[in-house]
Design a protein. Structure first.
Length: 66
């Protein structure tokens, strides 16, 4: 995302073990952290069946397009 927006990547980070510790507090927090940090894969088959076709790829977009 930073590359697509032509921005520099932040120099700071948050260690993963802090998220792991926070997830021990409750199952709800664990679920939300998994949604935030986990991998999600979606199929575009249904969108394409409706006639949608992306005009550009994310890597081809630059900040002047916004």
């Amino acid at each position: 995302m930073f590359s697509a927006l032509d921005r520099t990547i932040p120099k700071w980070s948050i260690p993963k073990f802090l998220f792991d510790m926070a997830s021990l507090i409750s199952p709800r927090i664990k679920y939300k952290l998994n949604k935030l940090l986990g991998d999600e894969c979606y199929s575009s088959v249904k969108l394409e069946a409706l006639g949608f076709k992306a005009q550009k790829k994310l890597k081809d977009i630059n900040k002047t397009d916004f």
